[in-house]
Design a protein around this ligand. Structure first.
Ligand code: PLP
Length: 403
């Protein structure tokens, strides 16, 4: 043996990273299905309504074009980027240059992970809201950086208090992520919050990453703004959007980054080293999706709002300490006190609930240490199924409740 290494080993960063936890209950799910139990899966945020037929047709037609069967254009299809620019202008009152300020992605998760690789160096610090969508933490850590977790507290309606960030952290931070409507808590912010985030990032030269996956899934009066509607946003910011949620295209893997031309170019430069950009047939599908128009987006939004209203009513009737989600597609639910007293965590509760009722939720620990005493419910089944799930959840939980 000539090698100084005695084994083929993965990188330490990967070894030390806990497994991606969404799959933790998969084995149990399979076993229950095998035993004939009916599952109601409210775990992954994977929308239940299929992709629109016109969007699928645009993809089939797109793939028949020979140019689309070759490697894609790295920087994205000009027609698709033009359509994004048009939508963005009508939605956020901001005109983007399709050539320099828009970059199609293989889903926004990919872009969020890669922005960390593009900007973080060994030992760099990123400020992230916590509980977090996992890639906010994982991208940074896999890129060699560290995270400062800014706790989303119930008493602040699960909005991170930017005034709580210590000065010494701001001085060290190279990147700050914000993401409202929030996954997993459903919390929302207004424009003045974005202004504050932009001002802090300008003052401390921090890259501001706005993960706006749920820009079109908002309730009541909580219509989200873009950081580019705020003065100075374009100086420090990049924003991530997805087709997975509103357009029910999670399987196609399509998203885009918009923002400061230098930042977009840096992300593009990194990605040219790693992938070949997005399949052009899928970009044509994305163009068709954007053309579905406001009435389609409104229909989707109102369907989630109906589901949210129902679930929130059940949870408040149960006297659980929950906050009404202002957007996104999730409820953040505290586990019964009896579990905490017995030193059991969100994983124990989610497993017991699944075993007893067939209702699948996500243990809050999936979203980091501040999720230990919570589970997340995703509104990804039709209302009739959600009603059955909530009946089962209520019965099971009340048998465990010591409020
Ligand atoms: C906050 C947030 N950002 C990004 C994503 C990733 O979406 P996609 O990679 O499908 O575009 C998700 C998916 O659940 C999410 O919740």
């Amino acid at each position: 043996m000539k090698s100084p290494f005695n084994k083929i080993l993965p990188s330490l960063r990967l070894v030390e990273m806990p497994p991606y936890a969404f799959g933790q209950l998969d084995e149990l799910k399979l076993e229950l299905i095998k035993n004939g139990k009916e599952l109601i899966d409210l775990s992954l945020g994977s929308p239940d309504r299929g992709t629109e037929p016109t969007v699928l047709e645009a993809m089939y037609k797109g793939m028949q074009k020979s140019r689309n069967q070759q490697y894609p254009i790295f920087s994205g299809l000009p027609e698709f980027k033009e359509e994004i620019a048009n939508w963005f202008e009508s939605r956020f009152n901001t005109r983007l240059d399709p050539k320099t300020q828009i970059l199609p992605l293989l889903g926004s998760k990919e872009g969020i992970a890669h922005i960390a690789f593009a900007y973080m160096q060994e030992g760099h610090l990123a400020i992230i809201p916590s509980p977090y969508y996992p890639v906010h933490m994982r991208g940074t850590v896999l890129a060699g950086g560290h995270v400062y977790e800014l706790k989303l507290k119930a008493e602040n309606n699960y909005v991170a208090d930017l005034d709580e960030i210590p000065e010494e952290i701001l001085l060290r931070a190279r990147m700050m992520i914000i993401s409202y409507p929030n996954n997993p808590t459903g919390s929302v912010v207004d424009k003045s919050y974005l202004e504050k985030a932009v001002n802090i990032c300008k003052e401390y030269n921090i890259l501001l990453v706005n993960d706006l996956a749920y820009s079109e899934i908002w309730f009541d009066q909580n219509k989200p703004a873009s950081i580019f509607e705020v003065r100075g946003g374009m100086d420090v910011g990049v924003e991530f959007h997805t087709f997975s949620k509103t357009y029910n295209m999670a399987g196609m893997r399509l998203g885009f980054a918009v923002g400061n031309p230098e930042i977009i170019h840096t992300l593009y430069k990194l990605k040219t080293n790693i992938d070949y950009g997005v399949c052009m047939g899928i970009q044509e599908a994305g163009t068709a999706a954007l053309r579905l128009g406001d009435s389609y987006r409104e229909e989707i939004r109102l369907e989630y709002q109906r589901r949210r209203d129902y679930v929130h009513q059940v949870l408040t009737d149960m006297k659980l300490k929950v906050t009404k989600p202002g957007g996104a597609m999730y409820h953040w639910i505290p586990i019964p006190k009896s579990y905490i007293d017995e030193r059991k965590n969100s994983f124990d509760f989610a497993r017991d609930l699944l075993e007893a009722t067939g209702v699948a939720l996500v243990p809050g620990l999936t979203f980091g240490k501040f999720g230990e005493d919570y589970v997340r419910l995703a509104l990804v089944q039709p209302l009739d199924k959600i009603k059955i799930a909530m009946e089962k959840f209520q019965k099971f939980t009340q048998s465990k409740l010591v409020v």
